[in-house]
Write a protein that binds this ligand. Sequence first.
Ligand code: GLC
Length: 441
Amino acid sequence: MAGDHGPKAGDHGPRAGDHGPTPGDSRAAAARILRENDRGGFNVPTPGLYPFQWLWDSGFTALGWAELDEPRAWQELETVFLGQWPDGMLPHIVFHRPDPGYFPGPDVWGTSHDPPTSGITQPHVFGTIVRRLLETARDRELAGRQARGLFPRILAAHRWIHRHRDPHDTGLVAVVHPWEGGEDNSPLWDGALARVPIENLAPYTRRDTGHVDASQRPTSHEYDRYLSLVARFRALGYEPDAVYQTSPFRVATAGFNSILQRSDRDLMWLASSLGEPTAEIEAWIERGRTGLGSLWDERAGAYRSRDLVTGEAIEVMTSSSFLPLFAGVPDGEQAGRLAARIREWGERVRYLVPSTDPQSAAFEPRRYWRGPVWSVVNWMIAIGLEEYGFHELASRVRHDTLALIEQAGFAEYFEPNTGEGLGGGSFSWTAAILLNLSPPA
Ligand code: GLC
């Protein structure tokens, strides 16, 4: 089933358990994908469409490797940290070796790191990932050594993001490019992106639409603006304060800030267990709680991301609006309202959790982050729900995730009603999430 994109549109395939592969088969298939996507110490997200190492993908991929081969899991983190810049910044792509099949490649980014990298970041998951790897390690000695070696590098990355993306200590860090947020074409960005002027745009040819049908990818309206932002940051030499101050695009999302808050908390746990100082991390956590708290909209009973250029709350809710649960930030009542909202979405679509509110006019069930279900977001939401005591709902989210993968294969994302697998196939993080969620046979 690897790379097999299962039922076609309109085919309401069976739910998991009706028939299909056993968990043992799925785990073997997932293991095969992780191995096939291994390029020698690092995984590509999927062959063809994404032929390099991506930042947050590598964190989830390491979780999958940990089920098969612990040294290889740690190596995934070591290789992605080869991309770390001297100032601590973790770039969202590490171009370990050339591949002409991808655009925008290293020549477009024009950064000066070796190995070549992009010049923007992505969600910071590494405090959380390293804690998990350490807590579940079979080889405790290796885990202890690796965690100790990675700790200062993760600390430097978190320091970079707090310092340069929240220079006024508000408790909310900004992303300056939709790709930094991880949810590339989410409707979250629509208003802010529309204000980005198209400038310094050399003629270009997209490669993504050569791999995946254009109806499942961002539009060219979006792409022109993505590349205009890259050209602008490149012209500033990626100097982080100049980028922050002059970027026409600055958004604080509930998702990015929640993932950071969780990773800060896990980093704090790591610091304590390694006997390292904790005061600086404690201050980030405290500020982050306040910042995320300020995104709560009592009337709507939801967290709303904020456009930091206009100061306005962004209306549309996406699956990442539930990630404050993963961060442990809501109080019991707020958590209850979020859980109720997830149940409501679950009455409108067959599979939780669609990436965009199915009631929103922006909902497009086949287009990337505007509707499809993503396994890694589900993984984080399920953890958050579980920790707040919503066991049944957490179990539905996990069950839906596994059902989608078992029926449609290891797709990049899934149509929330038909369950069709969309985007790239044979996807590393989808395989990793299956390995993490399904028990060994
Ligand atoms: C897309 C996703 C991003 C992911 C990358 C590689 O750009 O939006 O979140 O990291 O693909 O899988």
